[in-house]
Design a protein. Sequence first.
Length: 155
Amino acid sequence: MADATKPTPGEITVMAGGAVALICSFLDFIGGDGYGSNSWSSNALFPLGWLIALFSVLVAVQVALARFANLRTEPRFAGLTWMQIDLLFAFFAVVLVIAWLIVDIGSADRKIGYWGMAIGAIAVFVGTILMVREGSTAPGTPPPATPPPPSPPAA
């Protein structure tokens, strides 16, 4: 019998991406000419830089709780499943990464914190897509009921 707490490759990717995004959110996000600001400071246009890490970490925490703490609840928000909410947050984190990439930030440069958070957010998004493709039940939802085996034909 397979271990119920063993994470799938998609879940591992999501949790690792969330951890990378969180750690990198404390590194310099933007800066230049000897200064730097992490995504938590007001110089980095808080909360726009911070939202990348927030959404990535929320998805990773939800997946970790569903896998390791056996938190199996159905969300009550607009009739969405956890998988749909995870995809929504992960996609929005990637949209913010792309927005920060194309925006003109003047004389400042994108620093290692931005690039690390970008990698983390992309990993979370790819992980959620892997979870969908794995065909497993969405984290946090009970598995679907299996139909009874067909009865043998009457002779």
